[in-house]
Write a protein that binds this ligand. Sequence first.
Ligand SMILES: Cc1cc2nc3c(=O)[nH]c(=O)nc-3n(C[C@H](O)[C@H](O)[C@H](O)COP(=O)(O)OP(=O)(O)OC[C@H]3O[C@@H](n4cnc5c(N)ncnc54)[C@H](O)[C@@H]3O)c2cc1C
Length: 629
Amino acid sequence: MSTSDRDLGMRRRIPRRDFVNGVAIGITGAYAAARLPSLAAMQAATADYPPARVGLRGNYPAAVQAFGPMMNGTYREFPSSQADTGEQYDLVVVGAGISGLAAAHFWRRALGNAQRILVLDNHDDFGGHAKRNEFTYQGRTFIGYGGTQSIATPYPYSYTAKRLVEELGIQVERNAEFQNREAFTRLNLGPSMFFDKEHFGEDKLVAGNGRIPWPEFLARVPLPERARRDLIRLYGKNPDYLAEKTTDEKSALLARISWEEFLLKHAKVSPEAVLFFRGQGGRNNKRVDTTPALEAARRGSVGFNGLGLTFEAEAFRESSYTFHFPDGNASVARLLVSRLVPAAFGGRALAMDGIVQAPLDYARLDAAGAPVRMRLSSTVVRVQHDGATEHATGVRIAYLRDGKVHAVRAANVVLACYNAIIPALMPELPQAQKDALAYAAKVPMMYNNVLIRNWKPFAQLGVQSISSPCMLHTGASLDAASTIGGYRAAATPDEPIVIHMTSNPNKPGLPRREQNRAGAEQLLKTTFEEFEREIRGHLARALSGGGFDPAADIVGLTVNRWPYGYAYTYDTIGDPDMPPEERPHVVGRRRFGQVAIANSDAGAAAFTNQAIDEAHRAVEELFVKNGLA
Ligand SMILES: Cc1cc2nc3c(=O)[nH]c(=O)nc-3n(C[C@H](O)[C@H](O)[C@H](O)COP(=O)(O)OP(=O)(O)OC[C@H]3O[C@@H](n4cnc5c(N)ncnc54)[C@H](O)[C@@H]3O)c2cc1C
């Protein structure tokens, strides 16, 4: 082991070693000797409790390894009848994300609890992107979110989505106490930026962005003088860089170019100054180079305030953290499951407070005889009608589990899985629909959780969050977990806390969809060890001034990689302007016989309300087809 690896603590015994790259390994040799006090309990717990599994999670390798062969046509022929389990359902749902769970819920609500439903998912836990991470350290449990974080203000959730949120007993308007946010305020912790030596010539953490006057902040940033002057200009009152154009011409131009192009060509800032914005952009993880300038202007990004454009306030305040659970929307998924398979939660009807710490028996999710069964670690590889599509008597569904193919039958199917995989599931779809489904490129992301034994280095530096414009993880922040349902957030810097690190791998210079594909590829081929080294090194460099010691301070690490992340949304630079009904996601989601298509992909919008709305639409389509609506 190199000295630098030793300094980073790469061989430190943390529980993650038992699930390296998502695969359980035994505890042997040196690892077994140097155990944390809580490890034995942790190991016993993780064997049948997926949220406590650490290491490489999210779309972990075993969950997605069948996707390649599926796309290459391995399952074109429906697997042999020997695979048949003999099970028959009223509805099979493919995908146990919020959309799939909501579809099962809507189905039962309309047709009654006697309906037999099977939900299949390729992961060992349900929730899709809405995933719970847990750490146990020194006898205390720490909860984090491995994906979907928040139910933003319910507005503009549709009536359907709002009603479901209400039905689950979630009061979004209730302000949970963010105990450690208060602690952050009391200690005067705020945002900071980390400038890495590879791009800025030296490693430097500068606190105070957005809190102190920009000229004061920028005076401490390691940038050439010209770039510093450019940034001071951008953060002040800008001249009208498009003075020769009318308002309509300005908007039309800004819709076609990126924020970066606007900054370079029109605001005439230096490329070094643009590096400052590398990690920033618009909705859905768009960056400075992929965010249409018009969208950047509408969001209030710098450079546009001299153009004389006025925008209506956006109704949807993205990042509105009115309320979220400590495990993010995993609690929404858990609430849905507590209604679909109550036995797994001890038969209790749970609501907002009760769900956070409610024990869940995963072994009961797939109980024979239960009206709703949830079968995890089951990758659906083929879906085929029995007979002619529109007059079929039913649908056969084949899935891979433990390396073997199994098949079930259903009268109806909702595909709430990634829409791009659907052509591999149903090669008999019309070609135009398959092309439409293949159009989008999901946004690759990581939401990584690092448990540290205390946050004194943050307190010493006066820092709560760090944005690193040119590093793999552009965001790192102390997690303001909510204090709810008896779960207590960390309140003093002596306590352990979760650092939440975000990443959106991409490849600047390529069109956005290609950047997404390149980023996904990068996530799929990077090992847990490489991610770990990167994370430890990043925190060590950024927090060195506060005495952070990665080898001693990091006591837990879960990497949630999402090569199949956010649903793709269109933008005015990379996507053709076309009538709404001809958009690829609309053509792609058409019902096919007894099979309807849900998932947020089907709404071309990466939010929980969309996942719910698409589930509702898919279920309704089947009701119409079956003459029930
Ligand atoms: C890191 C991250 C953070 C996010 N944060 C937020 C947020 O704060 N607020 C918000 O509103 N939205 C957020 N989102 C968006 C999120 O995608 C939606 O809110 C919502 O959870 C999507 O639900 P879904 O059911 O449509 O898709 P998914 O959650 O992707 O669920 C689909 C499920 O289908 C499974 N599946 C796919 N193929 C197969 C197959 N062949 N066989 C079996 N199963 C299959 C998938 O593995 C997955 O479990 C976030 C997304 C990510 C990735």
